[in-house]
Write a protein that binds this ligand. Structure first.
Ligand code: TEU
Length: 584
């Protein structure tokens, strides 16, 4: 079990909360019958940016092995590794050209096996990212498929003859993407710029790509594709992975009739009409495939887990991704609405969404996530410029003290900031090149991990890392925050330790509290056994008093340095303070 960063020696001091964030209770870990992933903390390692062990300026698998002790200290149960497979790196590994190997830039299969073994020794499981929706255009499957209309893999991707360029259905936008007298078959757009259709002269046909043109979509209506991908999954399961994070999993299928999608109004960052993706995303055909993949994974021992990148817009769709009520599809579809949909740091939004996750997911286990390699870091999204760290502590509290599996992203625990490039010539992410200046791409949230305040932040010895380290490393880095219990890292460690040790934060039920002062988000955790817990977050810049239940015997477990306290009848919450405790 992770060691606690600090303890309160005297109960009185603890009750008065005069000290920095203070962990009072240190009960030993509670045994539960739940599968490991239900109470897990999962940590996304963006491999390119985490730790460079060989000095080439790019993170690698040996680097991750070197940092396992840190992850263990933090209390991480599993890491999700972003793609490390051989790849042309057009989309930094999400364009895979060989699913059963390691790109030499990141290491070797021997390095991978060592990471799994060392990780297991330290209680850190390894989850791999798997891209089922598309391959690289350099994958042998696609090269073969693109070579003619009658090769053995001719039907492995989504091909179309298109339509005559002068057909009445063809609009001006489609006409721009015409070749040899043929226009794309419909108005579908790529999420990464331009038409979703790319012409291949050898076949005199277009192929569909939801993402870059170098990422052709596989044809999941072809059972051979499913068989091939199932074999890939077995390959990694046999090597000991704890599960998969399934990339873009909601877009495996497209409308077989290739009908136009309705316009959503306006233009995207690349100048294409915005569409409602009702015919290329979240189609019902998906679910039979996911059920079969889940059944296969379930035949392995050790509760292997399927995590889904599920950008869907509400609980009804989430229930389908769990396969409710049977719960025979993804164990952990990401709740992207809670984590990425919120407008600002205010209780109403979170109260509604947390309640929805508790009651609206058909019994599925929520997976909360606020940060990843595709989106602005949550600290920048919610910060007010004055109370940034206090706000980040509030987000961490929602993540770790609610009844959900927690998914975090490297650097969130130290308050790393989003730092997009200032000049177009510095951009590495092709989205930023195509979308500049409206969309600067995703480099900003992918900067090297800040281990120290040193020249290359302890990430690499190379003077030119693949993305420059952020000057903010002097303020936010592991070395200084590990030494400071009042830091964001100190708070995060204490939260995770409490989550592991306190029965009230494991299992049981979670109820949002409605009778709270303005600006306060609070909930109750009621375990099967043991005292109930209250978690109260003052999200406002005004001090608030919150009444305790009659007869409560409040006992603080963890509070921020803002000296949240109680007098037996009410919690006193200074601006942005957080109080977690037993209320009897
Ligand atoms: O992202 C899928 C996804 O929906 C993205 O389009 C996301 O909305 C976008 O990156 C925001 O700018 C996954 C991966 O997480 C992403 O890194 C890949 O680029 C993408 O799939 C293609 O594989």
């Amino acid at each position: 079990m992770a060691s606690f960063p600090y303890r309160c020696r005297h109960l009185l001091a603890a009750m008065l909360m005069l000290t920095p964030p203070c962990l009072v209770a240190a009960a030993s870990s509670v045994e539960t019958n739940q599968p490991w992933w239900k109470r897990a903390v999962i940590y996304e390692v963006y491999v390119r940016s985490f730790q460079d062990a060989d000095g080439d300026g790019l993170g690698d698998l040996r680097g991750v092995v070197d940092r396992l002790p840190y992850l263990q200290r933090l209390g991480v149960d599993a890491i999700w590794l972003t793609p490390f497979y051989p790849s042309p790196q057009v989309d930094f590994g999400y364009d895979i050209s060989d699913y059963r190997s390691i790109d030499p830039r990141f290491g070797s299969l021997a390095n991978f096996d060592r990471l799994v073994a060392e990780g297991n020794r330290r209680g850190v499981r390894v989850i791999v990212d798997l891209v089922l929706n598309h391959t690289s255009d350099q994958h042998p499957w696609f090269r073969e498929s693109a070579s003619s209309r009658d090769n053995p893999r001719a039907d492995w991707y989504v091909w179309s003859d298109g339509v005559p360029v002068d057909a009445p259905s063809v609009d001006a936008v489609q006409r721009r993407f015409a070749h040899e007298g043929r226009a794309p078959p419909n108005n579908w757009t790529s999420g990464f710029g331009g038409s979703a259709w790319e012409w291949v002269p050898a076949r005199r046909q277009f192929y569909y790509h939801r993402f870059y043109r170098q990422q052709p979509d596989l044809n999941w209506r072809n059972p051979a594709v499913e068989r091939a991908m199932t074999d890939v999954m077995r390959f990694w399961l046999d090597r000991g992975v704890a599960g998969f994070r399934l990339d873009a999993v909601t877009s495996l299928f497209e409308d077989p009739a290739l009908r136009d999608e309705p316009a959503a109004g306006g233009l995207d960052a690349f100048g294409m009409p915005k569409l409602r993706h009702v015919l290329t995303d979240d189609l019902p055909e998906e679910h039979a495939v996911i059920r079969r993949l889940r059944a296969m994974v379930d035949r392995y021992s050790g509760s292997r887990v399927l995590i889904g990148e599920t950008w869907v817009d509400g609980a009804a769709s989430m229930r389908r991704w769990y396969g409710a009520p049977a719960l025979d599809e993804l164990q952990l579809p990401m709740d992207t609405v809670l984590g990425f949909g919120g407008p600002r740091y205010s209780p109403d939004w979170f109260r509604r969404r947390l309640r929805e996750a508790q009651t609206g997911f058909g019994g599925g286990q929520p997976l909360f996530v606020f940060d990843n390699h595709d989106t602005e870091r949550s600290i920048d999204k919610f910060a007010d410029g004055v109370h940034d760290i206090a706000i980040a502590k509030g987000i961490a509290t929602i993540l770790y003290a609610s009844q959900a599996t927690a998914l975090t992203y490297y650097g969130a625990e130290i308050g790393m900031r989003t730092r997009p490039p200032l000049r177009r010539e510095d951009v590495r992410d092709p989205i930023g090149l195509a979308g500049w200046p409206q969309d600067k791409g995703r480099d900003g949230e992918r900067r090297p991990m800040q281990w120290t305040a040193g020249a290359q932040a302890g990430f690499t010895t190379n003077p030119s890392p693949w993305l420059p380290v952020d000057p903010d490393r002097a303020r936010a880095n592991v070395a200084s925050e590990e030494a400071d219990p009042a830091s964001l890292l100190g708070w995060t460690k204490a939260l995770i330790a409490l989550r592991r040790s306190e029965p009230g934060l494991q299992g049981g039920t979670m109820t949002l509290l409605d009778t709270v002062p303005p600006g306060v988000l609070a909930w109750q955790r009621l375990p099967g056994r043991g005292p109930r817990i209250w978690v109260a977050i003052n999200m406002s810049a005004v001090a608030q008093d919150m009444a305790l239940p009659a007869g409560a015997k409040p006992h603080a477990l963890l509070t921020t340095e803002a000296a949240a306290s109680h007098d037996g009848r009410a919690l006193h919450l200074p601006p942005f303070a957080i109080w977690i405790g037993r209320v009897g």
